[in-house]
Design a protein around this ligand. Structure first.
Ligand SMILES: Cc1ncc(COP(=O)(O)O)c(C=O)c1O
Length: 389
């Protein structure tokens, strides 16, 4: 290669990029590794998904290209779920788009919305694809800090007016990765009103809407009056149903935005495997029943790990949603250094807050990916690292 595109120089470091190689090296030397890094829990997917996939895989029609239309039954099951769960009615064919995981759709939406030089407002810390997708589309990311002082809510009225004038897109994600924050309805209402006033598209990333605790029920942004004009919402089977590797998700929202996203995808991919869409339809038909046991087990893990970490001296809050704990480090302890020592000295994979953008400095993230005894072992090991920094 003589020269790579300059835009690649503007991509942020991907938070998990180095971890697989370091993990491999440590495992080869016999380290007893506990991986609390990626949001990828160790639960099996629902049996109904496995059975539906196996059945569909034997049907030769399922081995054909899905194209962007995909499997009508999946579109209909996703629309029925939105109606049942949130009271949101969308047309399954014009206001909904199957995706090869929500990461794919989030990255491609930027290309559908941004012209070169347009600004996208990106939460920092935040899921790296908001920043990366913006850069790859030739857009300009404006990093908006999420801080404990504002309950990790992205407050658009703190973004300078000259940035808002150039902005076309804002990424919102509640329940939030990595902070585990949830968004009050009043926040969503005023944010939708702001976006309507300033002609901003909202990419509302909602993969954790089912992983909620203590009676909290996460909304869809599409429930908020006026949101349907400005928002595209992303849902995924990855986290709710422990199907990360299956790569199945969907976007829902205003028909013009969905058509633009599908138009981009037409030139990039040919849709998720139809047999996986058949499995997704079977799962979504019983979504609420299937998600409940996973949520109960995440809650057990949360209720074991939070006190275990507090006992080790960490100031760990109890999240109302997601599979993450977002834990502050003592003043002056750099998150990358702490993460490196947790990995190299204690064999615990965590993610440094700084990996989610500079705004994440001073925190680290733990994902509740393994069973309680291993979580408690990890808390003890992290406590030893904390005592030594
Ligand atoms: C906030 C957020 N959005 C999207 C995704 C991507 O999920 P999917 O597996 O559907 O691509 C993740 C995965 O970690 C995430 O944390």
């Amino acid at each position: 290669m003589t020269q790579r595109a300059k835009r690649l120089d503007h991509l942020p470091a991907y938070p998990m990029a180095e971890i697989p190689a370091i993990k491999r090296r440590l495992l080869q030397t016999g380290v007893d590794l506990i991986d609390l890094g990626a949001g990828d829990a160790d639960f099996a997917p629902p049996e109904v998904a496995v059975e539906a996939l196996a059945r569909a895989a034997r049907d030769p029609a399922m081995s054909r290209y899905g194209f962007q239309i995909g499997l009508p039954a999946f579109r209909e099951a996703a629309a029925a779920y939105l109606r049942r769960r949130f009271g949101v009615t969308v047309d399954p064919f014009t206001e909904l788009q199957p995706l090869i995981g929500s990461k794919e759709g989030i990255a491609h939406l930027a290309a559908a919305v941004l012209d070169p030089g347009d600004v996208a407002i990106v939460p920092a810390p935040g899921y790296a694809v908001y920043h990366g997708g913006t850069v790859l589309a030739g857009g300009e990311p404006h990093l908006a800090p999420l801080t404990a002082g504002t309950d990790f809510l992205l407050e658009l009225d703190t973004v300078p007016p000259e940035v808002i004038r150039r902005a076309r897109l804002v990424y919102l994600n509640y329940p939030n990765n990595p902070t585990a924050a949830v968004a009050p309805r009043e926040y969503l209402e005023r944010t939708v009103a702001f976006c309507r006033r300033h002609d901003l598209v909202i990419a509302y990333d909602n993969p954790y809407c089912e992983i909620t605790f203590d009676g909290y029920v996460a909304p869809s942004i599409l429930e908020i009056p006026g949101a349907r004009d400005v928002a595209v919402e992303f849902h995924s089977l990855s986290k709710s149903f422990c199907m990360t590797g299956w790569r199945l998700a969907w976007a829902a929202g205003r028909a013009e935005l969905i058509a633009a996203l599908a138009g981009i995808k037409t030139f990039v991919d040919t849709g998720p495997f139809l047999a996986v869409q058949a499995a997704g339809a079977a799962v979504l038909a019983r979504a609420e029943e299937l998600v409940a046991p996973y949520v109960a087990r995440f809650r057990e893990r949360r209720d074991a790990m939070v006190p275990a970490l507090r006992g080790q001296g960490f100031d760990c809050a109890t999240p109302r949603a997601t599979m993450y704990l977002w834990i502050p480090l003592p003043e002056g302890v750099p998150s990358a250094g702490f993460q490196r020592r947790a990995l190299e000295d204690a064999g615990v994979v965590t993610l440094p807050g700084s990996g989610f953008g500079a705004g994440g400095e001073g925190f680290f993230r733990v994902a509740l990916t393994v069973g309680t005894p291993r979580l408690i072992e990890a808390a003890e090991r992290l406590g030893r690292v904390l005592a030594a920094v």
